[in-house]
Design a protein around this ligand. Structure first.
Ligand SMILES: [Fe+2]
Ligand SMILES: [Fe+2]
Length: 360
């Protein structure tokens, strides 16, 4: 019988497609549970830190009478717009809490998160009132108009939502950092060049710090998903990036004008999205080449496990699993320290469990 020898090119192709790491050993349920435990512990860590370091109040933490009352129409458009977006905090909170209701840690986190977002709404409302650009009656009408709209979630599943919020919080943080920048008098963009206002700096910085904390929470959650479900999570991440838009823009009476002003003012636009939002967030998520990831994601990167169930592999073009693993280990280190301090570690410690995907 002739011995058929496979062509070298075929062998090479198979070799290339073979996962570089052994497939995972944890079941889907086990991995779900690990994410849930991690999220629950992180939520407790978060609330402690939030209460200790960010307990400001929209009325009393600022000297409202010191706010400038002669800002340009451009500055005013930006403030009205960010108020409009933040004003939907009850919708964001309701939808997200409901979507995540099966996760104790995440659903409760959304309540706390919502309470922090609500403060942003109050803060911008005060800002509109004290800037005196509009009459209180105009502002009342604006609020009424906004309340008639209702925000709908861009994604209906927890995984996509979990990716969306990472990008969204980073985008919001950047917006506020850029508001602080023009309020420091550092912008040369038309309408913003004379906008120096120390009180507005304080306001924008205070909110930017909150948004950074939100970003960090959601980033850790996204890393947990990436660590335990890399294939599905990267898929959801690519989807989210493709369709990302700032929330509630279409609900504003003049969302186009707002975005145009943000763009012209160098506060937020396509360039900022790519360089200061996506690049940063993706780096934090272990993605070093977005294009390569998008191309690679089309190929199936799952392999059958011993029980016939498809197992995840961690080899993806443009993605560094090791970076995520290091971050996840660091997170558990932080949680361990926190739980030891409280005493929870003596009873129900949250422990790091390797995914079994990295081969280490
Ligand atoms: Fe906010
Ligand atoms: Fe936020």
């Amino acid at each position: 019988m002739p011995i058929t020898k496979p062509e070298e090119s075929i062998i090479k192709e198979i070799e290339e497609q073979r996962p570089s790491y052994p497939v995972g050993i944890l079941s889907r349920q086990e991995r779900d549970l690990l994410i849930e435990r991690g999220a629950r512990s992180l939520y407790r860590w978060y609330t402690t830190r939030s209460q200790k370091t960010r307990s400001w109040h929209p009325d009393h933490s600022f000297n409202w009478r010191a706010l400038r009352t002669d800002h340009s129409p451009e500055v005013n458009t930006v403030i009205e717009g960010v108020y409009g977006i933040e004003n939907y905090a009850p919708d964001y909170t309701t939808r997200a809490t409901h979507m995540l209701r099966k996760s104790y840690g995440r659903a409760n986190f959304q309540l706390r998160w919502g309470a922090e977002e609500e403060k942003h709404s109050d803060l911008w409302l005060n800002c509109m009132l004290f800037m005196r650009f509009r009459t209180p009656e105009w502002i009342e009408d604006y609020m009424h108009y906004l309340r008639n709209g209702e925000w709908q979630a861009p994604w209906e599943d927890p995984l996509h939502l979990s990716m969306y919020v990472v990008i969204q919080e980073r985008a919001t943080q950047l917006t506020y950092l850029n508001i602080a920048l023009f309020a420091r008098g550092e912008s040369d963009k038309p309408g913003f060049e004379g906008a120096a206002d120390p009180e507005l700096v304080k306001i924008a910085q205070t909110i930017a710090i909150d948004e950074a904390a939100h970003y960090n929470f959601f980033l850790e959650i996204a890393r947990l998903y990436l660590y335990y479900f890399p294939a599905q999570t990267l898929d959801a991440l690519v989807d989210t990036i493709k369709h990302f838009a700032m929330p509630a823009l279409h609900l504003l009476p003049d969302g186009d004008k707002f975005m145009e002003t943000m763009y012209r003012g160098g506060i937020y636009g396509g360039r900022e999205y790519v360089t200061d939002v996506l690049k940063i967030a993706l780096k934090h998520l272990g993605v070093n080449d977005r294009r390569a990831l998008e191309r690679g994601i089309k190929r199936s990167r799952q392999a059958p496990g011993p029980d016939g169930e498809m197992r995840e592999t961690t080899f993806f073009d443009g993605f560094e699993y090791d970076v995520v693993e290091t971050s996840v280990k660091r997170l558990y280190g932080r949680l361990k320290e926190y739980e030891e301090e409280v005493g929870l570690a003596d009873i129900i410690p949250t422990q790091f469990v390797p995914s079994g995907l990295s081969g280490s």
